[in-house]
Ligand binder design. Structure first.
Ligand SMILES: [Zn+2]
Length: 346
């Protein structure tokens, strides 16, 4: 090509490439423009090669023009790249923008079931008095549920605690009381000991406002030397005080349990009316809280503990009953219906 041809070719390349750069819509577009027009195999490079054939004056003129084109292309690429980068950034900022003044997305928090809550309270109170929590099987043998607790087969107390027998093996049943844990604990640990055993128990009973075939109990047992009924009283009074948050009187009424002698129902003064009489206490001024007594020597003998050296007290309470009293619930079934209108009140 002649110098004039090269001159006009360079100028048209310049126009073409500047137009292509201006039309580029992304940094990727610009990169392909750069390779096409200024890369090793581009026309611009081959024109540079042809400069050698020109006379010195023309070589200088065309060479200078070629350099100007090269420089113009580089400047245009740089400027367009910056433009595009700014556009892309602005677009991203708009798409990804977060309005920090918007209210957050609330996540509903659940809370523990009222029975679990009261159970945890009871455990914490006795834990503070040095009682250890023990756990045991809900499927039990007649031995642990009745025999070892001084309740032989023909004992009338068995009728009061009709439970569910399984076909796993003869005499295997769902425990009707957590008192089973008295025996299991004394088998494992030699006195002195202080335990509470919270857990589920079962009774074969018709469902009504006061009764449900499944409920929860907390059993307590203390074995030591020279244990007195006064210590039982003191322990329960402290329990009532911490449970209801005030000093309350305790009243014992004689009762019968096969595994304690003497046995009693330990009422506490109604914390809502302080004995005046109200709906919660059925206008009696007292709440029936739990059953208790001094451990029967026969029970100690059944686990080879010498009743002439060791003595103790035991108590057992229904968790649902305590929850009903504390929260003023009048139907045990509410605890199991999973009705949010009820549960959300706690
Ligand atoms: Zn009352």
């Amino acid at each position: 090509m002649t110098a004039d041809q090269l001159d006009s070719r360079l100028k048209s390349i310049r126009d073409e490439v500047l137009a292509a750069i201006a039309a580029g819509q992304s940094t990727d577009d610009l990169e392909s423009v750069r390779v096409r027009f200024t890369g090793q195999k581009s026309e611009l490079k081959s024109i540079m090669g042809e400069l050698r054939a020109l006379v010195p004056d023309e070589k200088r003129r065309i060479g200078q023009l070629a350099n100007e084109v090269q420089q113009a292309v580089e400047n245009a690429l740089k400027a367009r790249r910056e433009d595009l980068h700014r556009v892309e950034l602005t677009k991203r900022l708009q798409e990804e923008q977060i309005d920090v003044s918007l209210p957050g997305t609330g996540r509903r928090l659940g809370h523990i079931h009222p029975l679990t809550r009261i159970l945890e309270e009871i455990i914490e109170i006795f834990h503070g008095m040095g009682f250890t929590v023990v756990d045991g099987p809900e499927m039990e043998t007649e031995y642990y549920n009745f025999d070892a607790l001084n309740t032989p087969t023909d004992h009338p107390a068995r009728d009061e605690q009709d439970t569910f027998y399984t076909n796993a093996a003869a005499g295997v049943l769902l425990r009707s009381q957590t008192s089973t844990m008295q025996i299991r604990a004394m088998e494992k640990t030699h006195p002195p000991l202080r335990i509470i055993a919270p857990g589920r128990v079962y009774r074969n009973e018709e469902v009504n406002a006061r009764k449900y075939p499944l409920f929860h109990q907390v059993e307590g047992l203390l074995i030591d030397r020279n244990v007195t009924f006064g210590q039982l009283r003191g322990t329960l009074e402290e329990f009532y005080r911490l449970l209801f948050g005030r000093e309350l009187k305790t009243r014992f009424r004689p009762d019968f349990f096969p595994f304690t002698e003497p046995s009693a129902e330990a009422d506490c003064q109604c914390p809502f009316c302080l004995g005046e009489g109200c709906r919660t206490c059925g206008h009696r001024g007292w709440l029936e809280m739990l059953g208790c007594g001094m451990v029967d020597p026969n029970v100690l003998k059944s686990v080879n503990i010498d009743p002439t050296v060791w003595s103790g007290f035991a108590f057992g309470m229904g968790v649902e009953r305590i929850a009903m009293l504390k929260y003023g619930v009048n139907d045990i079934r509410y605890f199991y219906n999973n009705d949010l209108r009820f549960l959300e009140q706690f």
